[in-house]
Design a protein around this ligand. Sequence first.
Ligand SMILES: Nc1ncnc2c1ncn2[C@@H]1O[C@H](COP(=O)(O)OP(=O)(O)OP(=O)(O)O)[C@@H](O)[C@H]1O
Ligand SMILES: N[C@@H](CCO)C(=O)O
Length: 327
Amino acid sequence: MAVYTDVAADELADFLKQYDLGELLSYKGIAEGVENTNFLLHTTKGSFILTLYEKRVAKNDLPFFLALMTHLAEHGVSCPLPVKARDGEPLHELQGRPAAIITFLEGIWPRKPNAVHCAGVGEGLARMHLAGADFAIKRANALSVAGWRPLFDAAADRADEVQPDLRAFLSAELDYLSGGVWPTDLPEGVIHADLFNDNVFFLGDKLSGIIDFTFACNDMLAYDVAICLNAWCFEPDHSFNVTKARAFLNAYGRLRKLSEAEEAALPLLARGAAIRFLLTRLVDWLNVPPGALVKPKDPLEYFRKLRFHQSVSSARDYGLMPSGLVA
Ligand SMILES: Nc1ncnc2c1ncn2[C@@H]1O[C@H](COP(=O)(O)OP(=O)(O)OP(=O)(O)O)[C@@H](O)[C@H]1O
Ligand SMILES: N[C@@H](CCO)C(=O)O
């Protein structure tokens, strides 16, 4: 998160009058993250997170995110619970933006994830996929193949300022991924779609919670696996760590085994996941709003990851054995 929209103490106190959360003791903006504005609130009833939904979040989608968190929490996934105001609704408006309060989760996101964290994420992701199976509301993935071209168009003219020939590289990759190779028949369900290390909290080695469902949607479950391979299984120098990948995939597979078709599609899905984050980061990198408290993320990290996936010939390169997952 970040702070794009400031909120004065008296405005916040007025806003809180709609809730049964006691008196406001203190609050502060959270600089982490890039999508929405977030504040940590301390009230006489405890700690909470207030989110003001910004640019990339469509207001119509907010009921999906809020209901999903409630559904997952009720099905054993540790995630924040939306707090209902006195009118029974979790969604209101503050500073002209849709705003919601969610419960605070204890834990710390791992700055340097190790293989144990990766196994925790594998298990947590599989639990989320299983728990989401009977969630009734649907939301299409706005950032799947059809959504990448408009991002490219928004950044293309200045892409080469970030790295020479980046524009041509992205254009060729997009042509390939949108040219009929993207899978259409893999198992689908509710995916998190942004399960990065800053969205997973741990207490010690144990996963304590998953946050930030603002990209959650219905899509291929294996695409979520591919997003996590990108987000968790590379080193700071952007080299791939097969030990972490194996730990992640094995833990996932113990709860939800990937089908042969899903395994075979992993390299392609990983390329798609890499270009999705490369493109959103590139657009953000080139368009930091003046005065915003936000640190844009490095797009070129995902260029390097994408290059790696382009060199992968099969899911074996991610630590999977031909007969399926190693115990
Ligand atoms: N329920 C919660 N409990 C505790 N801390 C939270 C909670 N929700 C958010 N935070 C804090 O706010 C930070 C940013 O939250 P979040 O990742 O949801 O924001 P975002 O702008 O959507 O970010 P991203 O760039 O990851 O999409 C987290 O790293 C964490 O420090
Ligand atoms: N997790 C994303 C930011 C939020 O979409 C990234 O690291 O690019």
